[in-house]
Design a protein around this ligand. Structure first.
Ligand SMILES: [Zn+2]
Ligand SMILES: [Zn+2]
Length: 127
């Protein structure tokens, strides 16, 4: 199953994994059905270019993190190299959801309601 075939099946409501690259569906609904995005969100993701897709995936990763059982070892392999977080200073993979687009780590994003709201807006396809 190629990534494109996986996305097409997922949009059609049949999340399956892994694809040829060993990946889960964008919302991880293949492994956790309760995380399945609404159809409109799946269609928006399928139609989005890569930068938009990455923004949408961030919200999905936060949801997966919350859905994980306590103590579960959830690891996410990202494409960005770790850099010092502009908020806590930890070497982490950063996303531009801090104040005025500052790059912050996922932990700082989740700890700050305003940053989380920015990420949530990006997940819904708004800037
Ligand atoms: Zn999966
Ligand atoms: Zn941080």
């Amino acid at each position: 199953m190629t990534p494109a075939e996986q996305i097409a099946r997922w949009v059609a409501g049949e999340p399956r994994c892994p694809n040829d690259r060993g990946e889960c569906c964008p919302d991880f609904s293949c492994c956790r059905p309760s995380l399945l995005w609404p159809e409109a969100a799946r269609r928006a993701f399928a139609a989005a270019a890569q930068p938009e897709r990455e923004h949408m995936l961030l919200g999905s990763l936060a949801a997966l993190d919350e859905a994980a059982a306590p103590g579960a070892d959830v690891r996410v392999i990202g494409q960005a190299a770790p850099a010092p977080c502009s908020s806590c200073g930890a070497m982490k993979e950063l996303r531009p959801y801090g104040k005025r687009g500052a790059s912050i780590c996922l932990q700082c994003m989740k700890a700050d309601p305003a940053s989380e709201a920015r990420a949530a807006r990006a997940l819904r396809g708004k800037r």
